[in-house]
Design a protein around this ligand. Structure first.
Ligand SMILES: Cc1ncc(COP(=O)(O)O)c(C=O)c1O
Length: 495
């Protein structure tokens, strides 16, 4: 049976509710309507002027409102009508310490009063210096050099350029290729997009940056049982050998792969990849844009799986998304060729290491340490997982996978055979029903079919049993109904 993972079908990268259904919103509870802006005005302006990312904007019209989120508090956000939603996705895997943290605003205000902006091009300023030192102290092994960016795509783009520049600086002039995994999402700028393994995101923008090489991911749910558990790691070596090792600059992998739905590594996977990279002089980049800052219960996802990358890319949770911030964290050996004589890494962004973003980053780490959020995730990931596992009795739930506060449920047409939904069915399931219905019932999570259809959860790190219960109270009836609807949709005669 062909898996959609193999053919990389995708109709849209969007996770947004109305991109699926054009759901019309119930009015907010009495007395809780939005105070200043009349909602209709915001709706009209949103439809007229705002270009939403990865969104089918044609889905919004007079009957189908744009979801407008106006306020956040802890694990919850509120729309323009005052309706409350459990933010089961931390916005986009990023508001790790939860919403409404006034102290992050205070840190920003203090920094703006002191120095609103200065650059990291030939200059330094205290927040960038302090945050670089703090990140280096938390990062594994010798990852002591921090190059700030404004987000994840910039971090990935920069890491690939750094890998190429590193090899050239050492006289290894031909290493430019980047190996990444199928279905993985590494961002959208041209270099990062080349690493991204999602064909529908790549195809409209081809030709991409030369040098992208894609290998299998670790989705063992779709493997035959007799497959060697480390075959996906070995496939990386095959690809490097096929390409010619002296042309390959780096391998980039997420600790847990987001695209396709939270694919965890097999035991020993990263250790095998590390050996392969070392054998061929290839750098290992750990793309932890999602999987750092407590998402997996550790500062960095590579710690959880016990491997040492040459470079980590991060963003999102580094500031809990209260300001745009990302970073490339490089090992001392990677930085060494650029630290003497007239050498430099000829690369930079105006806003990389913005002082306000760095001040927020420092305050964000303070919160994580004070509230022991890594420990909280490790203590609560079990109950979170158990809640999701309990949904396996539903006919539509094929697999539950992930780690920490980063999990996916794969939806299947037939549990026994693992038969997946075809494109039309998936469109009907996700956009015709699930995403709108989950949102209508007050749960924000991601429904996605960049591989096989999944529902994905990535709650703020402060979430606990109360939120897990709420998630189940929405998921169970909605997935039950989804199952029944798909049965009817696929076999209309039974309706
Ligand atoms: C692993 C990974 N890398 C890179 C990116 C791109 O980050 P950004 O959207 O901040 O550019 C993402 C975004 O989700 C990501 O998950």
């Amino acid at each position: 049976m062909a898996s959609r993972s193999d053919v990389h079908e995708e109709t849209n990268g969007s996770s947004r509710p109305a991109s699926a259904t054009g759901t019309s919103w119930a009015p907010g509870p009495a007395g809780m309507a939005v105070e200043e802006d009349h909602p209709d005005r915001l709706q009209q302006l949103a439809r007229r002027n705002l270009w939403m990312h990865f969104t089918r904007m044609g889905a919004y019209d007079d009957h189908h409102a744009v979801p407008v989120i106006v306020r956040g508090d802890g694990c919850y956000v509120y729309d323009e009508h005052g309706k409350r939603y459990l933010d089961g996705l931390s916005a986009l895997y990023c508001v790790n310490v939860g919403h409404g943290r006034a102290e992050l605003g205070e840190a920003a205000a203090r920094q703006i009063e002191q120095l609103g902006f200065y650059t990291n091009w030939s200059y330094a300023h205290p927040p960038a210096i302090e945050l670089a030192a703090r990140v280096a102290a938390l990062a594994p092994g010798n990852l002591n050099r921090v190059f700030f960016t404004s987000g994840g795509s910039e971090a990935v783009e920069s890491a690939w350029k750094l890998a190429k520049a590193y090899h050239r600086a050492r006289g290894d002039m031909n290493r430019y290729k980047l190996v990444s995994r199928k279905l993985a999402y590494h961002g959208v700028s041209m270099g990062a997009l080349t690493a991204t393994g999602l064909q529908p995101l790549r195809e409209p923008f081809e030709p991409l940056t030369p040098g992208g090489v894609h290998v299998p991911n670790t989705n063992s749910y779709r493997w035959s049982e007799d497959r060697d558990p480390l075959w996906a790691a070995d496939a990386i070596e095959e690809a490097i050998e096929f390409q010619g090792p002296d042309t390959v600059a780096a391998v980039i992998l997420e600790p847990v792969q987001n695209g396709g739905g939270c694919f965890t590594p097999q035991d020993g996977y990263f250790q095998r990849v590390r050996e392969i990279c070392d054998r061929h002089g290839v750098l290992l980049i750990s793309d932890e844009v999602i999987c750092s800052w407590g998402r997996l219960g550790h500062w960095f996802g590579s710690e959880r799986y016990g491997y040492q990358p040459d470079i980590i890319t991060t963003a999102k949770g580094i500031s809990s998304a209260y300001a745009p911030l990302g970073a490339v964290i490089a090992g001392d050996h990677i930085a060494a060729p650029f630290l003497h004589d007239k050498e430099s890494f000829a690369h930079g962004f105006t806003f990389g290491g913005h002082p306000v973003a760095c001040a927020i980053g420092l305050a964000n780490i303070d919160i994580m340490e004070r509230e022991q959020l890594n420990e909280h995730v490790l203590a609560n990931e079990g109950p979170f997982r158990e809640m999701l596992e309990s949904l396996r009795d539903l006919p539509i739930v094929g697999d539950v996978r992930g780690a920490g506060y980063f999990h996916a449920i794969e939806l299947v047409k037939d549990k026994e055979t693992k038969e997946t939904f075809d494109s039309d069915e998936s469109e009907e399931l996700l956009r015709g029903f699930l995403s709108g219905e989950l949102y209508r019932r007050g749960l924000i999570c991601r429904t996605d079919d960049r591989g096989d259809p999944i529902v994905q959860l990535s709650p703020p790190l402060i979430a606990g049993p109360e939120q897990f219960e709420e998630i189940e109270a929405v998921l169970r009836p909605v997935l039950t109904e989804a199952s029944e609807r798909m049965e009817r949709w696929s076999s209309p005669s039974k309706a």
